[in-house]
Design a protein around this ligand. Structure first.
Ligand SMILES: [Zn+2]
Length: 70
């Protein structure tokens, strides 16, 4: 038996930045830079917060008024 018929699936996988399409950086995978990462994060947050149809109650900090002007 020869195990020479093993399909080599070790492609370098050219992951690209989902934001701008540039080759992703090893440090900021899968993004190319910290900036793009933040962009994606912001977008994610926006979509998470602004859900059409679902009125999500905003987590208000309960504990009295924080603003105290004499
Ligand atoms: Zn990018």
């Amino acid at each position: 038996m020869s195990d020479a018929a093993v399909p080599i699936r070790r492609m370098p996988r050219p992951s690209r930045c989902p934001i701008c399409g540039k080759p992703s950086d090893a440090r900021n995978r899968p993004f190319c830079s910290d900036r793009c990462r933040m962009v994606d994060l912001n977008r994610w947050f926006r979509e998470g917060y602004a859900i059409p149809g679902a009125a999500a109650p905003e987590p208000q900090a309960d504990g009295g008024n924080g603003e105290e002007n004499a």
